[in-house]
Ligand binder design. Structure first.
Ligand SMILES: NC(=O)c1ccc[n+]([C@@H]2O[C@H](COP(=O)([O-])OP(=O)(O)OC[C@H]3O[C@@H](n4cnc5c(N)ncnc54)[C@H](OP(=O)(O)O)[C@@H]3O)[C@@H](O)[C@H]2O)c1
Length: 274
């Protein structure tokens, strides 16, 4: 039995039906049983409440660990690991941060928290598979286009953006193999692209704005200090080109080439889109 966290989110929404289709025994751990629209059986559990996780994980052998981005991530990751150990889970498949962003002084607080969590999981003696996605193409929906322009502080560096569907398929491939080796996989698209390419796919022009202007705009909109710091450090990281190298890991795990930016936007069309 696989306990699945995050089944209502961007990656988990794509993963849940795959697990169902493969007839893998899986149970979604959701905050609100009432609101959850998930094609798996559900059980209540909150990442901020370790006892609730122990109850939700009871009987599971594998954990798909996905924590939401936010200042409480460290606590959530600790709670999930402690509950997993307490109920005898044997393997954790974790959504981590992009490989080059990780480290004790990671590119952002989130990246550093992912790194610490990976270290704790490795030290726990549980089996582990860490999936390290690059920038999710789905994030582009949160970057507004106005008057033919897509303004953002992401610079002009290459980014090996990945479709969340390929992240979900990679996770499903690992979860379906009980003999998968421990390790880490860098999940990217097939090539590196730029934010100018992304804007062009949307029929717009990319307007690169300086991080200090973006910071002021976020502050004016009332973003929390955590969110402002995360957004600006993330923008600098992507602008540096550090996340620009495509890997073959999606193809290795799924048996097909990852979706390109064009595929992602083509699939959003009213005819094909969901
Ligand atoms: N976006 C990127 O480009 C990118 C790249 C690399 C790695 N990542 C990593 O991917 C992860 C986020 O994945 P995502 O984009 O799929 O997430 P998401 O769309 O933000 O969804 C978050 C999920 O977590 C659940 N959740 C929130 N608070 C919870 C709690 N207290 N207890 C239990 N579940 C809770 C949400 O459930 P509800 O329905 O209850 O809200 C939802 O299912 C982060 O760890 C991030 O660092 C993201």
């Amino acid at each position: 039995m696989i306990a699945v966290l995050g089944a209502t989110g961007t990656i988990g929404r794509e993963l849940a039906p795959l697990l169902g289709e493969q007839d893998l025994r899986a149970r979604a751990v959701v905050r609100s049983d009432v609101a959850a629209d998930v094609p798996l059986t559900t059980t209540a559990g909150d990442l901020l409440d370790r006892d609730s996780l122990e109850q939700a994980f009871d009987g599971a052998t594998d954990l798909f660990l996905l924590t939401p981005h936010g200042p409480e991530q460290d606590q959530m990751e600790r709670n999930a690991l402690a509950a997993a150990i307490a109920v005898g889970i044997q393997r954790i498949v974790k959504i981590s941060g992009g490989g080059p962003s990780l480290g004790p002084n990671g590119a952002t607080a989130t990246a550093a928290a992912h790194w610490r969590s990976e270290q704790r999981i490795e030290a726990s003696g549980l089996r582990f598979q860490f999936l390290r996605p690059s920038f999710l193409m789905q994030n582009l929906h949160g970057m507004p286009v106005k008057w033919g322009l897509m303004p953002a502080p992401m610079g002009r560096g290459p980014v090996a953006m990945v479709d969340a569907r390929d992240v979900a398929e990679s996770a499903a491939a690992l979860l379906s193999r009980s003999d998968a080796p421990d390790g880490a996989w860098q999940l990217t698209g097939p090539s590196s692209v730029t934010f100018s390419d992304a804007a062009r796919e949307r029929g717009a022009r990319y307007l690169s704005i300086p991080p200090r202007i973006a910071r002021r705009a976020l502050e004016r909109r009332g973003a929390s200090p955590f969110e402002v710091d995360h957004s600006i450090r993330m923008a600098r990281y992507f602008a540096s080109g550090a996340d620009g190298s495509p890997s073959g890991d999606v193809a290795e795990l799924t048996g097909h080439q990852p979706r390109a930016l064009k595929d992602f936007f083509d699939d959003q069309s009213p005819v094909k889109g969901r």
